[in-house]
Design a protein around this ligand. Structure first.
Ligand SMILES: [Zn+2]
Length: 76
């Protein structure tokens, strides 16, 4: 795994969307807490890509997935 790819990925755990365990996840949403710090939601890569294909994806997520796709295309 390249360092740049590792930078884009979150730690392993349950996907916030499909609720399956995933070894590789991405931050897909930043939730602002009403009090205290917000938290992040993590999704597996297939779900992150589905989200990016929808109209609801934030611009930073589109950019993150585009970077990941570029890295994977280069290392394939
Ligand atoms: Zn998922």
């Amino acid at each position: 795994m390249s360092d740049e790819r590792a930078e884009l990925l979150a730690h392993a755990g349950t996907c916030a969307l499909c609720e399956e365990y995933a070894a590789e996840r991405m931050t897909v949403a930043m939730v602002q807490g009403n009090s205290g710090p917000g938290w992040s939601r993590y999704a597996c890569l297939p779900c992150a890509r589905l989200l990016v294909a929808s109209a609801f994806a934030p611009q930073w997520l589109r950019e993150d997935v585009a970077r990941l796709d570029k890295i994977e295309a280069a290392t394939r």
